[in-house]
Ligand binder design. Structure first.
Ligand code: OGA
Ligand code: NI
Length: 367
C-alpha cells in the first residue's frame, strides 16, 4: 500500500471549493438547494425543534487525578462516562489558557483572510486534507468551511499545508499540539487503567500514531434546521479533543435514540471516544454519533484534534481484555484498511463500525 499522510485520504471523493463563508457575505433569503438536508432524524428529534433542553455534558476534572480518594472516584466517573456517554467535558485540563486564547485569535484570523489566501491550501482532487468542503450523498454540502491537516508523524505533514501556514498560526498550532498531545496521553493511560488494560498495550497503540487537526468555521445560517454544519458521524480516532473557540454551542450527540444539543463550560475542552477506542476496548467504551447545527445569528468555530493509532499497525480488541468470558467483538484491522472501508461507505453515522463487528454467534458480519 502506498504511504499516505492522512487517515482520510485513502478514498476518492469530490471536494468542493465553494465557501459558505463567502456565500453569506451578502444576506441570503433562501438556502441554496445543495445545502438543504432533509434528514428525518434531524427534523423529528433534534432539539430545540423536538423540545429537548440543552444537556450539560458530564464533567471530568483532571485535578482530581491525584493519588488518594478522589483519584478512584474520578477514575470510576471517567470509566462510566466513556461507557454511557462516549463524550465528556474536561476541566482543569492543564492546557494553558493563553494558548487557548491564541488558538482562537489565530484561527479567527485565518478565516478572516481573503478567499484567495485560503485557497492556497485548497483540497486537492481525491485528498480530504486542506481547505474546503466534501460532497456528501447526492452532492449535498455541509454548512461549514473546514481545513484538515495531518500533524503527526511529522514526516506525513503535507508540504503545501502545515509548513506553509502563516507563521503565527503555525507556531500557535505547534504549541497547542504539544499541549493536547500530552493531555491525550494522560487521558488514554487513565482509560487503560480504568479498563484494566495493560498500560504497555495502550502506549504501543497511540505512540507515534497518526494525528490530525481540523479547524472548522460554521457561518450563521438563517434556517439552521434545513442544513447540517457537519453530517452525523462518529470519529475514526481513539479519542478526539475539541476546542470550541468562541463559546457558540451547536454540537449535538445521538444518545438513547434522541439528538441532544449539548452545552459546556467556557474553558472546558470536549473529549469523545472514537471508533478505534470502541474497538480497542472491545466495545466497552462507546463512540457516539454527533453532528453540528449552525447558529442562526452567530458564527461558530472549532478546532478538533484527532488521536489515532499507528497507520500500518492493526487495531483490534486489546489482547489483555480478551478471555473466554469476554470474546473479541471486532475483527483486527489496520487503520489504513479501516479508513478505506469507512470512507468507501460515505459518512453514515456509525454504519462502518457495525460492518466489522463480529456477530453474537462468532460469525464475521461482513462476510
Ligand atoms: C469533527 C467534529 C465538531 C465541532 O470535526 O469531527 O465532530 O464542534 N467537529 O466542530
Ligand atoms: Ni466528529
Amino acid at each position: 500500500m502506498a504511504a499516505t499522510s492522512s487517515v482520510e485520504d485513502q478514498f476518492s471523493f469530490n471536494s468542493s471549493s465553494s465557501s459558505v463563508q463567502e456565500l453569506v457575505k451578502e444576506p441570503i433569503k433562501t438556502i441554496p438547494q445543495h445545502y438543504v438536508r432533509l434528514d428525518h432524524r434531524q427534523l423529528v428529534l433534534s432539539a430545540p425543534y423536538g423540545g429537548h433542553p440543552s444537556q450539560m455534558l458530564p464533567i471530568i476534572d483532571m485535578n482530581r487525578f491525584v493519588p488518594g480518594k478522589d483519584f478512584d472516584a474520578e477514575l470510576e466517573k471517567l470509566h462510566s462516562t466513556c461507557k454511557d456517554w462516549g463524550f465528556f467535558q474536561l476541566v482543569n485540563h492543564g492546557v494553558n489558557s493563553s494558548i487557548l486564547k491564541e488558538v482562537k485569535e489565530e484561527v479567527e484570523g485565518f478565516y478572516k483572510l481573503p478567499l484567495e489566501e485560503k485557497m492556497k491550501y485548497k483540497m486537492r482532487e481525491g485528498d480530504a486534507e486542506g481547505y474546503g468542503n466534501i460532497e456528501r450523498d447526492e452532492g449535498k454540502l455541509d454548512w461549514a468551511d473546514r481545513f484538515l491537516m495531518t500533524t503527526n508523524p511529522i514526516h506525513k505533514r503535507k508540504p503545501h499545508l502545515f509548513p506553509e501556514l502563516p507563521s503565527s498560526l503555525r507556531n500557535t498550532l505547534e504549541s497547542y499540539i504539544l499541549e493536547v498531545q500530552s493531555l491525550g496521553k494522560k487521558l488514554l493511560l487513565l482509560m487503560a487503567e480504568a479498563l484494566k488494560m495493560e498500560e504497555r498495550e495502550m502506549t504501543e497503540c497511540f505512540e507515534d500514531g497518526m494525528q490530525s487537526l481540523r479547524m472548522t468555521y460554521y457561518p450563521p445560517c438563517p434556517q439552521p434546521e434545513l442544513v447540517m454544519g457537519i453530517t452525523p458521524h462518529s470519529d475514526c480516532s481513539l479519542i478526539t479533543i475539541l476546542h470550541q473557540l468562541n463559546g457558540v454551542d451547536g454540537l449535538h450527540i445521538y444518545k438513547d435514540g434522541v439528538w441532544f444539543p449539548i452545552s459546556f463550560l467556557p474553558n472546558a475542552l470536549v473529549v469523545n471516544v472514537g471508533d478505534n477506542l470502541e474497538i480497542f476496548s472491545n466495545g466497552m467504551y462507546r463512540s457516539i454519533e454527533h453532528k453540528v447545527v449552525p447558529n442562526a445569528e452567530k458564527e461558530r468555530m472549532s478546532v478538533a484534534f484527532f488521536i489515532n493509532p499507528k497507520f500500518e499497525v492493526g487495531v483490534g480488541p486489546s489482547p489483555s481484555l480478551i478471555n473466554p468470558q469476554n470474546p473479541p467483538l471486532f475483527k483486527r484491522f489496520s487503520l489504513g484498511q479501516y479508513v478505506k472501508g469507512f470512507f468507501s461507505q460515505k459518512l453514515n453515522g456509525k454504519s462502518y463500525l457495525q460492518h466489522i463487528r463480529i456477530a453474537d454467534n462468532g460469525e464475521d458480519k461482513s462476510a
